[in-house]
Design a protein around this ligand. Structure first.
Ligand code: NAD
Ligand code: DAU
Length: 336
């Protein structure tokens, strides 16, 4: 199968491409990525020149380029990871979220429809469902109620994808996953940011009371779920993906400090994120029962692998936190 992966130089996309190249000998992967601050060729170490991998630097908003790639490589399926993915950035600069996450997805959909693509997989997020109280979980039937500019842009994209299925018969799936962690995650997200700060004995900024709850999933488990959906799911279906591992943020931060042998005095409670969703929890019964998926890596195991990876990839960390990252850090954390 020939697939177009967008955003394959980012965190989840690069882990997905690596897994596909290793495990699917019949698969050609065309990887279209704009290489924003979050996209990094170093994430493709070990397979950039793989014979079944073609890397193309480009924008998903460029319809002509997308159509050319679909033709030239006889693409059968598109897996759309490309996005602006960080909630805090969407609060200080929402426009690019609409450009990439909404207009970019629309561009891909129009190309997919015109070229008769057999499957369009939209990589979405549990954040489209909004926030939960202390009880309950998101199912695929939970109404969309996004709260941040990021999640609103992802919900808009989901609706466009479903509309292309309904109106034009485009065969699609949407997956909505909870919080991923693992190697190659940019240190703006909770786990890699806390690891990086702890390694460097810098304060660990915990938003609000630290009791906001996320459901954590190791990135490989998410990638395996996406492959299953691509190859086994009937078209037109939405699947929730989650690790069944709900934890308050402060517990995650404490685990990281403990693992690294660093003191809890590094923890700093700082002003909360505006509009901060209190709790996410995923009911993944559908993908478990219909497709037989299960997460394989538990939180302690996954955190140990992840922390060890960051300790062994100091150079990668140093590269990604140089330059613009410093300005970003100042903008988000400077006055908190
Ligand atoms: P990321 O920010 O690490 O990577 C995004 C990638 O998209 C980068 O390589 C970037 O260069 C690329 N990109 C951005 N704009 C582009 C454009 N206009 N054209 C082409 N490429 C572009 O993100 P991630 O954490 O790997 O997330 C990947 C996808 O999974 C996103 O769609 C996100 O919404 C979704 N998701 C993420 C999580 C999570 O916990 N990280 C959970 C659920 C869903
Ligand atoms: O749920 C899936 C979503 O998970 C994905 O769609 C997003 O792309 C991804 O960024 C993530 O969103 P969150 O906002 O949940 O992730 P983040 O790592 O930014 O924050 C996780 C929690 O930690 C959240 O409650 C905010 C808190 N936090 C985060 C940072 C960066 C802190 O307390 N301090 C911090 O410095």
């Amino acid at each position: 199968m020939n697939i177009l992966v967008t955003g394959g130089a980012g965190f989840i996309g690069s882990n997905f491409v690596r897994m596909v190249l290793q495990e699917q000998p019949e698969c050609l992967v065309v990887n279209l990525d704009k290489l924003t601050y979050a996209g990094n060729l170093e994430n493709l170490e070990g397979f950039l020149d793989h014979p079944r991998h073609v890397f193309v630097k480009g924008d998903i908003c460029d319809g002509q380029l997308v159509c050319e790639l679909l033709d030239r490589y006889k693409i059968e399926a598109i897996i759309n990871f490309a996005a602006e993915s960080h909630v805090d950035r969407s609060i200080i600069g929402p426009k690019v979220f609409i450009e990439t996450n909404v207009s970019g997805t629309l561009t891909l959909l129009m190309a997919a429809k015109d070229k008769g693509i057999k499957r369009f997989n939209q990589i979405s997020t549990d954040e489209v469902y909004g926030s939960l109280g202390p009880e309950g979980k998101f199912t695929e039937k939970t109404p969309l109620a996004p709260n941040s500019p990021y999640s609103a842009s992802k919900a808009s994209a989901d609706m466009l994808v479903a509309a292309f299925g309904h109106t034009f018969g485009l065969p699609y799936n949407i997956t909505r996953c909870s919080n991923n962690y693992g190697p190659y995650q940019f240190p703006e997200k909770l786990i890699p940011l806390m690891i990086n700060n702890a390694i460097n004995d810098r304060p660990l900024p915990v938003y609000g009371d630290g009791l906001h709850v996320r459901d954590w999933i190791y990135v490989d488990d998410h990638c395996r779920a996406i492959w299953l959906v691509l190859t086994k799911a009937p078209p037109g279906e939405v699947y929730n993906i989650g690790g069944n591992t709900e934890r308050p943020n402060i517990e995650i931060v404490r685990k990281i400090l403990q693992h690294l042998g660093k003191p809890e005095s590094l923890i700093r409670y700082v002003n909360d994120r505006p509009g901060h969703d209190r709790r996410y929890a995923i009911d993944a019964t559908k993908i478990r029962t219909q497709l037989g998926w299960r997460p394989k890596v538990d939180l302690d195991q996954g955190l140990a692998i992840t922390i060890d990876w960051y300790l062994r990839h100091r150079q990668w960390l140093e590269h990604v936190v140089s330059g613009q990252y410093q300005q970003y850090y100042q903008a988000i954390y400077g006055n908190r």
